[in-house]
Ligand binder design. Sequence first.
Ligand code: GLY
Ligand code: MN
Ligand code: MN
Length: 434
Amino acid sequence: MSDLAHFQQRRHCLFEKIGKGIAVIPTAPEVARNADTHYDYRHDSHFYYLCGFPEPEAVMVLIAGDRMQAILFCREKNAEREIWDGFRYGPDAAALHFGFDAAFPISQLDEKLVEMMADQPTLYYPMGADSEWDARLLKMREAVKAKSRSGIQAPSHLRDVRELLNEMRLIKDRAELDIMRQAASISCEAHRRAMRFTRPGQFEYEVEAELLHEFCRHGARHPAYTSIVAGGANACTLHYVGNDAAMHDGELLLIDAGCELDGYAADITRTFPINGKFTPAQKDVYQIVLDAQMAAIAAARPGKLWDAPHLAALRVLAQGFIDLKLCQGSVESVLETESYKQFYMHRTGHWLGMDVHDVGEYKLDGKWRPLQCGMTLTVEPGCYIRPADNVPQALWNIGVRIEDDVLITPHGNEVLTREAPKTVDQIEEEMRHE
Ligand code: GLY
Ligand code: MN
Ligand code: MN
């Protein structure tokens, strides 16, 4: 199946959910950084999911009914601008290349949309995502209403198209999984590279550079999120992105980094000793987190509730924290009182896909939803031990997280990020190689 067929199939699925109505889905705007430079352009995920069109200043219109139409509005060809900024498709080539029924210059959007909205019962768009779009579309609807004396009706219902798209995106199709496997594989290579490279005395940003190099040389030009490269105590800051400290002999390095490939994210965390050999205390903590992660992965199966991996991880962590004298009492009481939260304060994962924290509800009707084949999620327990009076000093400033990307399959799951070394032996072995 060609890439185009996958996009057409997704649009078809959305058409069926809409039944009769019109959907308007803009891509993301370019954002100025300063003067003549922009932040790296990133398309809107919903838009890209449905068509793969990479340029800014584009809007997709889907008209569902007896006849289904997919229409693109995009920038026109412009010889002068293309000398400065490079190729742009223009409507004709874009329609052909991306399989649209029609395409028009973006400058005609408002005028044509007023015509297209006529007699459509429902207008679907990303409601509330951008107040300018809200105002613009409502103004167009008013323009349709103004024609009511000629018998034309404006959409009387407004719906958020993301409610439909979020659920579609939650179950990955084959084309998406192909890309996600590649993104995972490149990111695993980057973590291996970081393990082989790291030495005491280097700075965290030197390791970050190795990660970015490995992403980029495989065509993944950007990380899916800002990489966390956290040596020693920095690992206990959950969203540490300074990445500018020296790395010391005898400390651990926590790396949370994944690339974005063709719009899809990988999200991997590995923690390893900066000098290549775990100390006994580090190994104790590490093994508990690893056991918790393996228990959580085993609980990520079709039919299990979203919360099952988290609960599985918590049980193992609670017992481990008791063994390490971080928590007191029984597993049940540690879970009940949530005393584990001093050392494990986040949840065990999230949906993964085009967005690193991907779309899709976690609960349905107030209850955790069951896992289904085709869902992709992270499994990422951790343990972060800040200095405190109730903590054995030998454990101070140890921060460990282990994060893999998991696809739910008919018989259990597939760990997409399995190529990144994870056991104590695997890590120490990897680090013996330059
Ligand atoms: N890297 C973001 C996360 O692990 O959720
Ligand atoms: Mn994550
Ligand atoms: Mn992560």
